[in-house]
Design a protein around this ligand. Structure first.
Ligand code: ZN
Length: 246
């Protein structure tokens, strides 16, 4: 059930304790892919996973569309919130879901920069609130493809070519590849010297978007959906009581 499309009476009739919250960002994705890429992909995975789950209903919350993206700030259109604000937003959204009885929540993430804050807030929720929350980042759950993630590179371009092909500016993909960097960050002694993405990529792209066709995008969505579905089953079955003090 997509919460944003439902009425409150529909929501009231939902007999489940499971919910998913898509979280992403609004940030540059090169000259060829939209600023909303990370919340579009998170929402698509969240909805597909909820649809594929066949052991009951799953409430799909509307997406959190601005995330921890300050590293993209030199690229026009990028929006960001602080990690504190992001954690507080996710905590309150999960808390409001839980108040209606949907207190087992998977937060479906589409943005790498959200990962640390998301892990922290999900642990805080599970420890201290009346809810259990687990982070799930879709591009970590696509098998061998994960190694090619980059930024606005093969995976995200492939994904959107499958789900929202009109959003990829095909006439700019060659230029996107020409201005891309090969890897994320500037590494010395296992430390990343770069703070902002603009330090290591000219046009915002990391990886080659030409290596991501729609067929690959369909495979990515299938893999992420299957993985999320398995996770929902595990979350539904889990004993969420905290262990007693030893
Ligand atoms: Zn992205």
């Amino acid at each position: 059930m997509r919460l944003a499309d439902a009425t409150w009476t529909d929501a009231d009739a939902a007999d489940t304790d499971l919910a998913v919250v898509p979280v992403g960002s609004t940030e540059q994705h090169g000259p060829h892919a939209p600023l909303g890429t990370d919340h579009f992909t998170a929402q698509a995975v969240a909805e597909a996973g909820a649809d594929a789950y066949d052991d009951g209903e799953v409430v799909v919350a509307p997406p959190v569309t601005v995330g921890v993206s300050e590293e993209h700030r030199q690229f026009t259109g990028t929006l960001w919130v602080s990690p504190e604000t992001f954690r507080a937003t996710v905590r309150d959204v999960v808390g409001s879901l839980a108040s209606h009885g949907w207190d087992r929540v998977v937060v479906v993430n589409g943005h790498g920069g959200n990962v640390p804050a998301l892990g922290e807030v999900c642990a805080t929720i599970s420890r201290h609130d009346d809810a259990y929350a687990v982070p799930f980042t879709w591009f970590d759950a696509v098998g061998d493809h994960s190694a090619d993630m980059g930024h606005a590179g093969p995976l995200e371009t492939a994904f959107l070519r499958h789900t929202d092909p009109e959003l990829i500016r095909e006439d700019r993909v060659d230029a996107a590849a020409d201005g891309a960097s090969d890897g994320w960050g500037e590494w010395t002694s296992h430390a990343n010297l770069a703070v902002d993405v603009a330090e290591f990529t000219e046009n915002g792209v990391v990886g080659d978007p030409r290596e991501g066709d729609g067929e690959r995008g369909a495979e990515l969505l299938d893999l992420a959906t299957e993985s999320l579905c398995d996770l929902l089953a595990a979350v539904a079955d889990r004993d969420t009581d905290r262990p007693p003090h030893r």
